[in-house]
Design a protein around this ligand. Structure first.
Ligand code: SF4
Length: 412
């Protein structure tokens, strides 16, 4: 048994492939198979299963690791896993038992992170619709607990970190646990509107970056205390209200990034959310950016804001889950400020899609639409490291990694 920190929702999760609206065994993917399970499956002699194994289990010849030793290919005709039965069950598991499932199939949608010397961490990926519903609709907010986990010999980690080693490049990581806990605390400060919490988080990381640039990382704990006091005393409120609303830039950047994803290939649900967004705000190529942005802002005022103001906890839960499972502010390797920028870009893209979709569905817009959009977003964006890298390069190229630009993306 291993000591672990997990969100409390974890124990409530149950996969139900038969009820699932976006079964992970369907769609386009290739699954990497770890070496022990690849070899075990390849030894199977069962006459019903063996032909499927021979056809769809292949060696991975491009930079294989222990975890990506083999590949489970998709059945292109069925557009699903070849082992998926008509009643949405796994034939491999049913016939041979779960010990034949590779690590990815066995553990999804769980993400398990290993931080050397600390309890392991496990959470759920919101690319699974049932996980998304469970996590996002938790009105009371996400809570964490210490527990123990039996890995059943499956020591397969989404992220494996030795903080001492990364700390040589990133001095802030001497305070990784404090920084992440404080970030989650700010994101959960419900006395403030969500956009204000995110701007405060950015101001804080701006300060952290200044300390790092001056080789003064030891001042970080003091800064956490100072920000905690200032938030309690309500010292940010007036300052934040002065931040201007810049819809043109906000919509332009988020739209460009999402457009790239849609045109370079993404899941159907994600593309649908994008087209609904365009239709919802009445986007017209013939109009100027200002005209389109005016309609975008109107959609925000008329449809998004009235619906979302009592449901900010949904986006809060998304952000808390992101911060925990992706080990924020270690999401980007180069600096905490870059990690913050990426968090904000994810938030801005989701918000933009929701604004357009709220205007598209009008009175019929419901929480189910939000869950579906977020789940498709995570599936299309967060599961695609190349695309995340593209976003980061775009931000850098356009000199967008500053606090001023981040504030523009946050506020409507
Ligand atoms: S997406 Fe989630 S609920 Fe659906 S089959 Fe996969 S693990 Fe189960």
């Amino acid at each position: 048994m291993h000591k672990a920190i997990v969100p409390k929702y974890l124990q409530e999760f149950r996969c139900d492939g038969q009820k699932c609206p976006d079964n992970c065994c369907e769609g386009t993917w290739t699954i990497f198979v770890d070496e022990p399970h690849y070899k075990r499956v390849k030894r199977v002699t069962d006459t019903e299963i063996k032909p499927i194994i021979d056809q769809y289990y292949k060696r991975n010849r491009s930079n294989p690791t222990k975890e990506s030793f083999g590949k489970l290919l998709q059945d292109k005709q069925k557009n699903s896993c070849a082992f998926l039965t008509e009643d949405k069950l796994c034939r491999l598991q049913a016939k041979l038992g779960p010990e034949y499932l590779c690590n990815v199939c066995m553990l999804y949608p769980r993400r398990t992170n290993f931080i050397k010397g600390l309890p392991i961490e496990r959470s759920l990926s919101l690319s699974c619709p049932l996980a998304a519903e469970l996590v996002l609709l938790n009105e009371a907010g996400l809570e964490f607990e210490e527990t123990t986990l039996d890995l059943h010999g499956r020591d397969f980690f989404t992220k494996r970190i030795d903080l001492d080693a990364v700390n040589a490049k990133r001095q802030d990581l001497a305070y990784f646990m404090e920084l992440r806990a404080f970030s989650v605390q700010i994101i959960k400060t419900r006395d403030l509107e969500l956009w204000k919490r995110l701007v405060i988080l950015g101001m804080f990381y701006n300060k952290v970056q200044e300390y790092l640039d001056a080789n003064e990382a030891e001042k970080i704990p003091e800064e956490i205390e100072r920000y905690t006091r200032m938030i309690v005393q309500g010292m940010f409120n007036e300052l934040l209200d002065e931040i201007p609303v810049e819809s043109v830039l906000q919509m332009k950047l988020s739209k460009e990034i999402i457009e790239h994803k849609v045109f370079s290939g993404s899941n159907e649900g994600f593309s649908k959310a994008f087209w609904n967004f365009l239709q919802g705000i009445g986007f017209d190529l013939k109009d100027t950016d200002e005209e389109n942005a005016t309609r975008y802002q109107e959609a925000y005022q008329q449809w998004y804001q009235p619906f979302m103001q009592s449901r900010e906890y949904i986006l809060e839960n998304y952000l808390v889950n992101y911060a925990f499972s992706r080990m924020f502010p270690l999401t980007e390797e180069d600096s905490p400020l870059s990690s913050y920028a990426m968090l904000i870009v994810h938030f801005a893209m989701i918000k933009m899609l929701l604004i357009g979709n709220a205007a598209f569905h009008k009175e019929a817009f419901t929480e189910s639409h939000i869950i579906e959009i977020l789940q498709k977003f995570v599936k299309a964006v967060e599961h695609n490291p190349k695309f995340v890298d593209f976003i980061y390069k775009q931000l850098k190229k356009n000199d967008f990694l500053s606090m001023a630009h981040m504030a523009i993306l946050i506020r409507n």
